[in-house]
Write a protein of this length. Structure first.
Lengths: 225, 377
């Protein structure tokens, strides 16, 4: 369970261009559910997601993971939480160019110093599962949009995280690929993962795979369904 | 520990893959870097080897050479000085030496002519250095005609040539009998060019030299240690000239390497953001960049040093030979004895590998400590 208590986030605090992206959000996110944050561009949904995923710290307020505070941790511990608990699928996928798909998938596990053979096997199994085995040795930049997203999902899952975070996952996909992504999301939840998405695509927050939609507007929650 | 090593292995793996992505750029850098190390290491190895050689050769030279001065210029020493200096404690042996220079207009070179004490030669016999033998095309049994001080030609038969291993100093040498030497240069009997004294205890050398200047006020003692120091200075000076010539190239490389190492492209920044977002710690990113700098600079260092070693000790330092050696007109053919000085290697390592590695880490440290949420924006 993830809990947010009066979370606020300011950028350029104390400067003339100070901007409050999140203005006090309290929220509880259940396990094994698909939660979508919807809202227009600049509403603060991505900022909220990056704080939940320990990519950044709130300016005020607390975030708890299973009752354990994760928002005020020193960088090293925050990184460890991020690596072990969260898997990220970015809007632009952010695969590293020049590296093979297999290397990209294995990348998040490098700092853990896992046994190389078992890591490679795990990565290959993920590629197999997401129908990318044939592209394992291809360079990341040679992949199509759908393939790149599936590779990004493999990368997000390599450390077996409890929570998968995807920022605007369907923004760069056609409707067929968007549907296929939602099917994958359904499978992951069935396996016990918690999935957090941001989207302003009705195909996503209207999908039957989605359990809850949280609407964000100007840094505040409007409603939750 | 095992976890740490496994982690470093992953970082190295990633670094190698990362370097291979920009293959031509990194290979170019490695090549230029290697060339710089090669040039520096060649100069260092070669001058060091020259110094060693000179030290080895001079180790058999007398501790003190006594010259007589007349109006500040060197003059022949009467043999009676050997008696006049009296018994000096610590001097184990003393004798007069005969040597001089002979200008040969045929090859436009000066020869060093010397009367050896340990090698009896007949009046018409000479032994010549390898450089001289080469330039005059002399072999065993050939004749060399020299012009005496009164103008008459004197023919000598080459009895032998000197071994090539001491060629650095003996390239232009002619050894001849005492009588022939006196005849050729018109040096009267009872006079020597200078006197040589052997002193067994090196700590007594200066005291002996002081006593000599008191007993024979018109003489000047020259110590072996001073000659060695002069050689060392001479070689350092030559090394300095080459290094100055290299300075321009070095500076260009430093600017190039610094620019390459310290400038972070937008793509590199993006990559660091991704790595941090997927769970890499700041220390991992810095570690990865450290390996990148270390692999390039260490690779260049090892490759450059190896090439320099081969260049100096197997190809006789062909590139720097004319500048770094040869105080005579006849160039000695010198084959340096392979030798590696730990301190020298450490110095070169410090000045080549260290700055580059540091230059790669500093900007990365700044980029790696920024928040990883940049990739989300």
């Amino acid at each position: 369970m993830i809990e947010l208590h009066e979370v606020k986030k300011a950028f350029n605090q104390g400067r003339p261009n100070e901007f409050w992206a999140i203005r006090g959000v309290s929220l509880t996110i259940e396990r094994q559910r698909v939660t979508v944050f919807k809202g227009p561009s600049g509403s603060g949904k991505t900022t909220l997601l990056s704080m939940i995923g320990s990519l950044s710290r709130p300016t005020a307020g607390r975030i708890l993971l299973d009752g354990r505070p994760i928002s005020g941790l020193p960088e090293r511990f925050a990184t460890q939480v991020r690596r072990d608990t969260f898997g990220f699928v970015f809007q632009q996928f952010h695969l590293i160019k020049g590296l093979s798909v297999l290397e990209n998938v294995m990348l998040p596990a490098y700092p853990s110093g896992r046994d190389h053979r078992s890591l490679k096997q795990a990565a290959q199994a993920l590629l197999e599962r997401f129908d990318l085995a044939a592209r394992a040795s291809s360079r990341a930049e040679w992949l199509s949009g759908g393939e790149a997203q599936r590779a990004a999902i493999c990368r997000a899952l390599i450390n077996q995280p409890q929570v998968l975070i995807a920022d605007e996952p369907t923004a760069n996909l056609d409707s067929a690929l968007a549907q296929s992504f939602l099917t994958i999301v359904g499978e992951l939840v069935a396996e016990g993962k918690t999935v957090l998405l941001t989207s302003h695509d009705p195909a996503v927050f209207g999908s039957p795979q989605v359990d809850r939609v949280v609407e964000v507007h100007a840094g505040r929650l409007l409603e939750s369904g | 520990m095992q976890h740490y090593l496994a982690r470093q292995r992953y970082l190295i793996d990633y670094t190698v893959a990362s370097l291979l992505r920009h293959r031509s750029k990194n290979l170019g850098l490695l090549l230029v870097y290697t060339l710089v190390v090669f040039m520096l290491a060649s100069v260092m190895l070669f001058t060091h080897s020259l110094r060693q050689e000179a030290e080895q050769l001079l180790s058999a030279a007398p501790e003190i050479v006594l010259q007589r001065l007349l109006a500040g210029r060197q003059e022949l020493v009467p043999a009676s000085y050997l008696e006049q200096m009296g018994r000096i404690r610590g001097v184990s042996e003393r004798h007069g030496r005969l040597w001089g220079y002979y200008y040969d207009p045929v090859v436009r070179a000066n020869y060093t002519v010397l009367v050896p004490r340990d090698r009896p030669l007949a009046a018409d016999e000479i032994v010549v250095g390898a450089g001289l033998a080469r330039s005059r095309g002399l072999g065993h049994g050939d004749f060399l005609s020299l012009r005496a001080s009164d103008g008459r030609p004197v023919a000598f038969r080459v009895a032998d040539t000197l071994a090539a291993d001491s060629e650095l100093i003996s390239a232009d040498l002619i050894l001849m009998a005492e009588a022939s030497f006196r005849d050729l240069f018109a040096i009267p009997a009872g006079y020597y060019t200078d006197l040589a004294l052997s002193v067994r205890n090196p700590r007594e050398v200066r005291t002996v030299a002081e006593k000599l200047t008191l007993a024979l006020p018109d003489t000047r003692p020259i110590l072996r240690s001073e000659i060695l120091r002069t050689y060392a200075t001479l070689f350092s000076w030559r090394q300095g000239i080459v290094l100055v010539l290299l300075a321009g190239a070095l500076l260009a490389f430093v600017i190039f390497a610094w620019d390459k190492a310290s400038g972070l492209s937008a793509e590199e920044r993006r990559e660091i953001g991704i790595l941090k977002a997927v769970g890499w710690e700041t220390a991992d990113v810095i570690g990865m960049k450290f390996w990148e700098g270390a692999l390039i600079s260490l690779g260049a260092f090892l490759l450059g040093y190896l090439l320099a070693y081969l260049h100096v000790f197997y190809l006789d330092a062909g590139l720097f030979e004319p500048v770094l050696k040869g105080w005579a007109v006849l160039y000695p053919s010198f084959h340096p004895v392979p030798f590696i000085d730990g301190l020298q290697v450490a110095t070169l390592f410090f000045f080549t590998v260290f700055p580059y590695t540091v230059a790669t880490i500093i900007p990365i440290w700044r980029a790696a400590t920024t928040d990883p949420d940049a990739v989300m924006r």
